[in-house]
Design a protein around this ligand. Structure first.
Ligand code: GAR
Length: 724
């Protein structure tokens, strides 16, 4: 028997609660915070979805055995990783795999690297280059905010004027806030759009029935985009073989890649696909059940859902999810004024007279003392008909006598399917494109390169085909460059399905500043740098990565990205002679990389004054604590050294934070470029706190490197390091 908590407040969570309520093995069912629809079947607990500390407390106090996270906000706040880090079973990915949803450029890069077919795109963070790009674009184009914009950051632009306004909205007017700091301009694709939802346990993938959503407000796909006005499943024009092909082409490669990165995906992945004539293309990934897809997919899961979700959470997914016969069709009932300015407070009639075969899942409803059940937001309810055919399911859903003043709904959900007008197979291709993921996978080369692999005092280069760089290989005009390496994901071979993508606009720019990264840990900060460089967020490239630990995952990450990686052994950290020798090799190796900036991303050795004096360029360090800044004293101790996270917990501090600073002779003490506090939550342990700190580290590190590169880079590099 399991005690289950569902996090969320919408119709998706009501559908989950409805399905789990039928399980004989659910001992108690809670929803945080839930809605009036979940109240009769579960215990609603008034903890908001963004109160991750409150949810953690709830899980521990109520002895929850399985937590299912519905919406994206708690996932974006790291709830999946926080609960998992505390040993709890949870359906919902950790922060790293969640980046598939929270950053479209990250998702694109993943697709590019793993051979998943997607729309051609380019990414920009400034108007100038974006406007230049528009001049040669084929219209329509799709302009998308990079980050989470609650479904509002996507515009289909028919001409250059529309595209310009969409760019202005994101990059100049900041209408999507942080989410629109970067935009993607994507080719517009044509073909049926489908939602492929799969359960994933880290390594295995089990698809659910494929659904079709209707995003526009009005019949015939007219009017503004919404969160979804209705859906139906399964789509009649895909057979089992098609679905298998779609899963293999669009989901499996990224799940494999995440597992290989030691960032396994555990939860529900939702690939938004367009089936073009040339084959399927991924539009986006969501890291959760879709809404309204969940409302039509869950009623089609035959039998008990609980064991499937438990298998996801515990990494034991096997077999095929059994599917009930028939079809489900959901119609969203929305308030007057939705999506721009929805009105609330309309009394809802007819809920007690639902005919058989019709379910009503609550989203934005509230109980009013006088009026009873009233609307309380945009999408109020989803009415779902379940029947042997799509046509009958539609008849049931549309026949339900439910209404409220100002109610808006579409009348054509699943129209083509229910009228028997099936999508012609000749108009799309659901099969895997000719290039398999394995063809695109980047071979891991363990050949030891370089002149010297004697571990007694030299760098050992791992996993790069490239010879070591040497003086004089840098930049154009000095003969054929041996450097930088042809990195996977940076310059794709023309045989990949994504060849010719214009996304990485710095691809051929050999004049970019060069970063050398010293990283001996997990390498998540290195990964953030790799991503930022390969997507053009940082106009720099990583010339090489060096570690003092041979098994550092950071080295493997570098290798996977095609970046030369070197291991420089140190025989003893305590012995001054050994450290001096290590630094000599380090300096020699760094010099060959010709770096403009060195980034310490989890480098656990203190650099000596001699090294710093001889170092060819500035050094930045990211540190998991708040460091002091002149004129802005801290009311908590300054935590320096390798155990700053543990120390913050042991001292019982209310908060700690992250700093990025220039490296001087002071240990963790040079001038601070960025710092940001991070709360310590009740129940935090080293793992949960550190993973939240790292999310902040990644952002601050990129911002700091960018600032250094942007602010007249040459001048910055030549100026002496301030000593205040
Ligand atoms: C990061 O938390 C970084 O701040 C810390 O090591 C970790 C490396 O993580 N550095 C220090 O403590 C330096 N004093 P990563 O390998 O995942 O980037």
């Amino acid at each position: 028997m399991t005690r289950v908590l569902i996090v969320g407040t919408g119709a998706r969570e009501h559908a989950l609660a409805w399905k789990l309520d039928q399980s004989p093995d659910v001992e108690a069912l809670y929803v945080a915070p839930g809605n009036p629809g979940t109240a009769p079947i579960a215990t609603n607990v008034q903890v908001a979805v963004d109160d991750v500390a409150g949810i953690l407390r709830l899980v521990e106090e109520l002895e929850i055995g399985l937590t299912v996270i519905g919406p994206e906000l708690p996932l974006a706040l790291g709830l999946g990783g926080l609960l998992r880090g505390r040993g709890h079973r949870v359906v919902g990915p950790d922060p790293e795999p969640f980046r598939l949803e929270s950053s479209k450029t990250y998702a694109k890069r993943m697709m590019l690297e793993t051979g998943v077919p997607t729309a051609e795109f380019a990414s920009f963070d400034e108007m100038g280059p974006a406007l230049d790009y528009l001049k040669s674009a084929h219209y329509p184009v799709v302009v998308k905010a990079d980050g989470l914009a609650a479904g509002k950051g996507v515009s289909i632009c028919r001409d250059v004027d529309e595209a310009r306004s969409a760019l202005r909205a994101a990059l100049v007017e900041h209408r999507f806030g942080h989410a629109g700091r970067e935009v993607l301009i994507e080719e517009f694709l044509e073909g049926p759009e489908v939602s492929l939802l799969c359960l994933v346990d880290g390594t295995r993938v089990a698809p659910l029935p494929v659904a079709q959503d209707h995003k526009r407000l009005g019949d015939g796909d007219t009017g503004p985009n919404t969160g979804g006005m209705g859906a139906y499943a399964p789509v009649p024009f895909l057979n089992q073989g098609d679905v298998q092909g779609l899963v293999e082409a669009t989901v499996v490669p990224v799940i494999e890649r995440l597992a290989a990165m030691n960032a396994p995906y555990r939860g529900v992945i939702f690939a938004g696909l367009i089936l073009t004539k040339a084959g399927p293309r991924v539009l986006e990934y969501n890291c959760r059940f879709g809404d309204p897809e969940a409302q039509v997919v869950l009623p089609l899961v035959a039998g008990d859902l609980l064991p499937w979700l438990e298998a996801v959470a515990s990494g034991k997914l096997t077999g095929t999810v059994p599917v009930a016969t028939g079809a489900a069709l959901g119609v969203v009932l929305a308030s007057r004024g939705y999506p721009e300015a929805p009105q609330s407070g309309a009394r809802i009639h007819g809920l007690n007279d639902l005919p058989e075969g019709v379910l009503a899942f609550h989203a934005a409803t509230a109980l009013d003392d006088h009026a009873g059940l009233v609307s309380a937001g945009g999408r109020v309810l989803t009415l779902v008909g379940h029947a042997p055919t799509v046509a009958e399911a539609a008849r049931r859903a549309y026949g339900a006598p439910l209404h409220f003043e100002g109610m808006q709904k579409r009348n054509d959900i699943g129209r083509q399917a229910r009228e028997g007008f099936n999508v012609q197979r000749s108009t799309f291709n659901a099969r895997r494109p000719p290039v398999s993921t394995r063809d695109c996978a980047h071979p891991v080369n363990t050949r030891r390169g370089s002149a010297n692999n004697d571990s007694s005092g030299s760098a050992i280069f791992v996993g790069s085909d490239q010879p070591m760089p040497h003086q004089g290989t840098r930049g154009p005009g000095r003969g054929a460059p041996l450097w930088p390496p042809k990195g996977p994901g940076i310059a794709q071979s023309p045989s990949t399905p994504n060849a010719g993508l214009k996304s990485f606009r710095y691809n051929h720019d050999l004049g970019r500043p060069r970063l050398a990264v010293l990283a001996s840990g997990e390498g998540s900060n290195l990964q953030a740098l790799i991503d930022a460089c390969s997507t053009g967020v940082l106009g720099a490239r990583i010339a090489g990565v060096i570690s003092h630990s041979p098994r550092a995952p950071a080295l493997a990450r570098a290798r996977r990205a095609g970046i030369p990686a070197a291991y420089i052994p140190i025989t003893s950290r305590r012995d001054a002679g050994a450290r001096r020798k290590h630094e000599e090799v380090l300096l020699r190796t760094l010099t060959t990389l010709e770096p403009d900036l060195i980034v310490l991303a989890g480098w656990m050795l203190v650099l000596s004054p001699v090294f710093l004096a001889q170092c060819p360029c500035p050094i930045l360090n990211v540190h998991p604590a708040l460091l002091s800044v002149a004129g802005a004293p801290l009311d908590i101790p300054v935590l320096q050294g390798a155990h700053a996270v543990r120390d913050a917990l042991q001292l019982g501090l209310p908060y700690t934070g992250v700093s990025v600073h220039r490296v001087t002779e002071d240990v963790d003490g040079g001038p601070v470029l960025r710092r940001e506090p991070v709360d310590i939550l009740p129940g935090d342990d080293e793992c949960s706190l550190h993973s939240r700190l790292k999310m902040v580290e990644h952002r601050l590190l990129i911002e700091s490197v960018r600032e250094l590169l942007d602010s007249s880079f040459a001048a910055t590099l030549q100026s002496p390091i301030p000593t205040n």
